[in-house]
Design a protein around this ligand. Sequence first.
Ligand SMILES: O=C(CO)[C@@H](O)[C@H](O)COP(=O)(O)O
Length: 239
Amino acid sequence: MSQFSSAVQETIDRIRADVSRLHSELTRYELVVWTGGNVSGRVPGEELFVIKPSGVSYDELAPDNMILCTLDGRAVPGSPGSDRSPSSDTAAHAYVYEHMAHVGGVVHTHSTYATAWAARGEEIPCHITGMADEFGGPIPVGPFAIIGDDSIGRGIVATLDGHRSKAVLMQNHGVFTIGKDAKDAVKAAVMCEDVARTTHIARQGGDLIPLPQDKIDALFDRYQNVYGQRGGAAEGESK
Ligand SMILES: O=C(CO)[C@@H](O)[C@H](O)COP(=O)(O)O
């Protein structure tokens, strides 16, 4: 029998299904190789989130082997999947949920072009309208931090708190993205790789043409507040 009320259990089951399914977007958009990368989703209204097990093939990921964790990064004993170790980035995801209340999803990848910018410790400058739309400016670099404790999480929060960007390039490591939910964070990871690749290729051909700040601001505002179908039906249906 579940240790949660039926309403909370229903929400947990929905987030398990979402997080499990969203991992297939990372492979679809070729943002990860082998077992690299991870997606997590907060359980709304609870001090809980769901994340993938560590080092398990993407083909084997399923709602029941996603791991339910508390905000200190520990698996909830007795919950489905808790017999396995959670993602090695669980502490980083937990730190973000603990310190950024508006965040409902976190994604990590080593996507090729974005990680190349991270390896140089160079922020991606904002020279294309699609980047202004999604990120509202440059994608910043976060500190180099070793996996194993909350150092990566602290670096993500210190870099993204108060920043428009939903993506950070953790130096010498890779991309972490945040979103209002797991799907939104996956979208930011897809867009981050796209702008990293385009900006890299553009730079090979010559100087980049500056995009004025007032135009970046206007594009960001339109995309965030006007673009698409207001009311959310179409976006929700495309899950
Ligand atoms: O970045 C790293 C390791 O440096 C990890 O994020 C791996 O990319 C995926 O680890 P698991 O989620 O499978 O533990």
